[in-house]
Write a protein that binds this ligand. Structure first.
Ligand SMILES: *[C@@H]1O[C@H](CO)[C@@H](O)[C@H](O)[C@H]1NC(C)=O
Length: 412
């Protein structure tokens, strides 16, 4: 009896010890996983904890991606932090969908690698399939484009291979990008495709005036996009609004150098989607080749661009302040079939460096309709010219005029 009791007690003690050990190890595992998840500060994923060197030499792309994957999978709101310092990185894909709202805070400067054979797909940072994203932090994406611009042959070939864009947003929804600098991209600085509800403000986008295809922001197949309060100077369009862009608002942009703010080019490819609901307001163009422009390719498949408003625009030494060019990149002779309608120009003033300040050259196949020009006041500010007045030129367009017209309204 006594022996049995002792054995029984020993068994109970062992069981109890086992239970305590199991609970303890469970508790420790949970504590460890919690520490791993948040790096001590719940929800913050610092790239330097994932191997980023920030020495300006080692390729930190893999560390960025590892930190992103951890953040994206974590659940709840997660912040990927790229702290101050100089990073070097090849191509980076930030892939969703994620379990929660994502913030990417860039405080450092990230420099792109310059060997273009690193880039199997033409973008450097690619944000893909994300619903709920903030990108901010005051940091810089430096595309180091000067090393590769010489490989751009788009001047000679219309189906040239584009160099990588610096920051692409592909199928990104409910996003805000602000206080970010993009410097010297290899081609587009920022590129939106299939985005919905995308707000960008307080961006600084800079590249030399002679750098090829360095559009500040290119927007296509996206809905509800707002870009405001930004400084954009590049070698191409400050903002270009491509096919399938709807409900796009461009506000309070200072643009220059560059090719201006453009809708287009449209009609280059088959099956392009229509463009509608575009407003460009309160912008200043400084020393750009174009001011506000709509451009379509000749011989294009049919599509539409409608409900476009340009309002309260200041031109400062712009070559073609107001221009519709339906014969853009004119290698073909057939007229464009992109139908442009309901375009309002309101309160557009400032200076033109060419005498032809207004040029509305629409397609004979699909004439422009519903063009309204109200309070246009452009002064000629040429260097050496025979005339000191501005004029306008219009063809294949139905235009109504209101308020002041300088240049004088063209005959339509
Ligand atoms: C747009 O996205 C922002 C940021 O995620 C969000 O706060 C806002 O509610 C969204 N708006 C709409 C109309 O979905």
């Amino acid at each position: 009896m006594a022996v049995i009791t002792e054995r029984f007690q020993a068994k109970v003690a062992i069981l109890a010890l086992g239970l305590i050990l199991a609970l303890l190890s469970n508790f420790m595992a949970e504590a460890t996983s919690r520490r791993g998840l948040g790096e001590g500060d719940s929800g913050v994923f610092d790239v330097t904890s994932y191997g980023a060197k920030a020495d300006g030499k080692a390729d930190d792309a893999m560390a960025f991606v590892k930190a992103w994957v951890a953040a994206c999978k974590s659940g709840g709101s997660a912040k990927l932090s790229i702290p101050t310092g100089t990073y070097m990185a090849g191509p980076v894909v930030f892939q969703g969908p994620c379990k929660g709202f994502m913030t990417v805070e860039v405080q450092g400067t990230i420099k792109a690698t310059t060997d273009i054979s690193d880039y199997s797909s033409p973008e450097w940072f690619s944000f893909e399939h994300i619903d709920g994203l903030i990108v901010n932090g005051g940091g810089t994406f430096d595309g180091q484009g000067a090393a590769v611009w010489k490989y751009n042959d788009c001047k000679d070939s219309s189906d040239c291979q584009l160099l990588p864009s610096s920051i692409k947003f592909m199928a990104v929804k409910n996003a805000i990008v602000h206080e970010i600098t993009s410097l010297n991209s290899k081609s587009f600085h920022t590129h939106l495709v299939n985005c919905d509800n995308f707000t960008a403000h307080d961006l600084t986008i800079t590249a030399p005036g002679d750098s090829p295809n360095t559009d500040g922001m290119h927007i296509s197949r996206s809905n509800l996009v707002s870009v405001s309060n930004s400084q954009i100077g590049t070698g191409d369009d400050c903002v270009s609004i491509g096919q399938g862009a709807t409900q796009v608002s461009i506000q309070n942009i200072v643009c220059g150098p560059g090719h201006g703010i453009s809708v287009g080019s449209l009609g280059k490819y088959k099956d392009e989607e229509d463009v509608s609901g575009i407003s460009v307001t309160g912008c200043t163009l400084k020393g750009t080749t174009n001011g506000v422009r709509i451009k379509t390719w000749p011989g294009s498949p049919p599509s539409k661009a409608s409900s476009i408003a340009f309002e309260d625009i200041t031109m400062d030494s712009v070559k073609n302040p107001i221009i519709i060019d339906q014969n853009y990149g004119s290698s073909k002779k057939e007229p464009s079939q992109v139908k442009i309608s309901n375009v309002r120009y309101t309160n557009i003033k400032g200076t033109s460096i060419s005498p032809m300040a207004v040029s509305i050259l629409c397609s004979s196949e699909a004439p422009c309709t519903g063009i309204e020009m109200t309070d246009i006041d452009l002064q000629f500010m040429g260097k050496s010219s025979k005339s000191d007045t501005v004029s306008s030129s219009c063809s294949n367009a139905k235009i109504t005029f209101g308020g002041k017209q300088n240049p004088p309204a063209c005959d339509v």
